[in-house]
Design a protein around this ligand. Structure first.
Ligand code: ATP
Length: 322
């Protein structure tokens, strides 16, 4: 039984469609998330991310296609699916007059949890809210509220936690604290975390696997490093004092696929050299450029931002030099 369980994906989506009247928010989506994964869903505004979470969390019904959570059909087995999931919405869903402890206690009662007091106390400690547990949340910072919502979503020990833009609007320190909590949760090993975000930094730093949606369809899915690698290499930008013949020399270096030349008004020449495995080729490139007097060199590796732009209609170009 346990071996079968391990093979069952946390989430399986097959040719999923969701229409709101004339708007087709999901258009034949396929997706698979293994159990225990830290998974990130990216996409431009209106791509269908919140819609997908709503369908998976049984809050919206699919128009066509199938979605399964831990092997259960989300449309046909809603009650069972709901017991297995926790959800933290984009908008804060807390009552300002209630304390942190009261919020958790209420949730524990709703789920008929045994051992309520201990679970609530453990949850408060997990996000460092022990000292503030009995204050109304109206006095909480955005980060404290988010922390409380996350542990509330986890109180009934779900196996899949959905987070819709968990750090939206938080300052740098609060965001770092939420990231730390999420990493700790994930390190326990048995929880699948499924988040949506517009922050490439967040996705890159937290998620093991990523899918990009655009217009209700999946346009890419893989690990962050594989997605970056698939963009096809790095760009080395060489600023040279003299450049006659440099393009040709650099084109001859192994791994170079393209050399583009730009000349500034002051006569300085910049060569953008597209090359596979930039760090390894750098010595050979510098050697080839030596006689042209290298004034400056930068190595630009594709980032998740480049990946996102590439798959949503904007090809990877090296950034302007700073
Ligand atoms: P964002 O990044 O802005 O949160 P998103 O990727 O989460 O966007 P969705 O909120 O899922 O996108 O919206 C997908 C499409 O479905 C959009 O065109 C949106 O206007 C539409 N939509 C979403 N919910 C509804 C609804 N309840 N009624 C009608 N249209 C909706």
């Amino acid at each position: 039984m346990s071996a079968i369980r391990e093979r069952t994906p946390a989430i399986e989506v097959c040719d999923l469609h969701k229409r709101y009247g004339a708007v087709e928010a999901l258009r034949g989506l396929d997706l698979e998330v293994p159990q225990g994964a830290f998974f990130g869903l990216l996409g431009p505004n209106g791509a269908g991310k919140t819609t997908l979470i709503s369908v998976l969390a049984t809050l919206a019904r699919p128009s066509a296609g199938r979605a399964r959570l831990l092997g259960r059909d989300v449309a046909a087995e809603r009650a069972a699916v709901r017991r297995d999931i926790g959800i933290v919405f984009q908008e804060t869903a807390l009552d300002p007059a209630l304390t942190a402890r009261e919020h958790l206690d209420l949730h524990a009662r709703l789920y008929h949890l045994e051992d309520r007091r201990r679970r609530v106390a453990e949850s408060l400690a997990l996000v460092g809210l022990d000292a503030d547990a009995d204050r109304p949340v109206r006095g909480f910072s955005g980060g404290m509220k988010r922390g409380l919502e996350i542990v509330r979503g986890l109180l009934h020990r779900p196996r899949v936690l959905f987070l819709d833009e968990p750090t939206l609007g938080l300052d740098v320190a609060a965001r770092a604290a939420i990231w730390r909590h999420l990493r700790q949760l994930h390190a326990r090993g048995d929880l699948t975390i499924f988040l949506t975000t517009h922050s490439m930094e967040e996705a890159d730093s937290l998620c093991e696997r990523i899918a990009i949606l655009d217009g209700g369809r999946r346009v890419a899915a893989d690990t962050p490093s594989a997605l970056k690698r698939a963009l096809g290499g790095d760009v080395v930008v060489l600023t040279l004092a003299r450049a006659d013949g440099a393009d040709l020399r650099l084109r001859g270096v192994e791994g170079v696929s393209r050399v583009r030349r730009e000349t500034d008004r002051d006569g300085t020449t910049r060569l953008q050299v597209a090359v596979s495995d930039g760090p390894r080729r750098l010595p050979a490139l510098l050697d080839a450029a030596r006689s042209f007097e290298v004034l400056e060199v930068t190595l630009q590796r594709p980032t998740l931002e480049h990946v996102f732009l590439h798959h949503t209609g904007h090809p990877f170009e090296p950034a302007e030099p700073r």
